[in-house]
Design a protein around this ligand. Structure first.
Ligand code: NAD
Length: 254
């Protein structure tokens, strides 16, 4: 197999949580361009359906599945739907996440729990669901979206629950990688820096600070993450598991 074949996902069956927009949507398009069938998993069914329809114009199959990743029953239903439609799961991009900017002393228990439930427990639930299928299949690739916030504390905005959730995603990724290595189920994560999506672009007052703290002096675009995630999904990463790929314009180096 040639090196460029590493990026060929023809016939693979993938799901992407938080796939309706932002980073998830960009990666969905990249998976589709690489030949995979893609299930768009999101709480926003209408946006997920629009994304799935766009992907089908690329000649692959795509379905929208309304799922709250923090709800175990929803995740069970999601897997049943994907297995009914696609027959199996080869690639899981566990990417859904939220960020709440509140000072720790003012943060309610409910807010703390919501962030942890979606960003950490949601990744556990969807990774566990994918892992069960992949263990039976004899292999697969799971990629989780962590963040540079799992490595550093962002300023000026307060976001302790988010940062804690993302640090935990990195060690959850490594834990699953070690447990599932004997089954050829690879588990990796990506840690993006500031990327222009709905999550960040509304924070107009903070953007100049974020840019000036990034050695590349700008935010990244979702498309600047996609090749790395296709790489982790495919054959080229067949000995790569338990790694965290930081893609942040050198933010965490400075
Ligand atoms: P976004 O807000 O544009 O997209 C998030 C998507 O997740 C939305 O479609 C939303 O409907 C969906 N979602 C939210 N809660 C969900 C739930 N409970 N179940 C299912 N779907 C849910 O954000 P984005 O910037 O594309 O973020 C994607 C991931 O990347 C997140 O995990 C985020 O923490 C992470 N991340 C983002 C940045 C950034 O700068 N944008 C940086 C590092 C990490």
């Amino acid at each position: 197999m040639g090196t460029l074949d590493s990026f060929n996902l023809t016939g693979k069956k993938a799901f992407i949580t938080g796939g309706a927009r932002g980073i998830g949507k960009s990666v969905a398009r990249a998976f589709a361009e690489a030949g995979a069938d893609v299930a768009i998993v999101d709480t926003d069914l209408r946006a997920a359906e629009e994304t799935a329809a766009e992907l089908e114009t690329l000649g692959i199959r795509s379905i929208a599945v309304r799922t709250d990743v923090s709800d175990p029953a929803d995740v069970d239903r999601m897997v049943e739907t994907i297995l009914d439609e696609f027959g199996t799961i080869d690639i899981a991009f566990n990417n859904a996440g939220i960020c709440v900017n509140e000072k720790a002393e003012d943060m309610s228990f409910e807010t703390w729990k919501r962030v942890i439930d979606i960003n950490l427990t949601g990744i556990f639930l969807t990774a566990r669901a994918a892992g069960r299928v992949m263990i039976k299949n004899g292999g697969g690739s799971i990629i989780n979206t962590a963040s540079m916030s799992g490595h550093i504390v962002n300023v000026p905005q307060p976001q302790c629950a988010y940062n804690a959730s993302k640090a935990a995603v990195i060690l959850l990724t490594k834990s699953l990688a070690v447990e599932w290595a004997p089954y050829n189920v690879r588990v990796n994560c990506v840690s993006p820096g500031y990327i222009g999506t709905e999550m960040t672009l509304k924070a107009v007052d903070w953007i100049p600070t974020w840019e000036s703290l990034t050695p590349m002096n700008r935010m990244g675009k979702p498309e600047e993450l996609t090749a790395a995630i296709v790489y982790l999904a495919g054959y080229g990463a067949s000995f790569t598991t338990g790694t965290d790929l930081v893609i942040d314009g050198a933010f965490t180096c400075a």
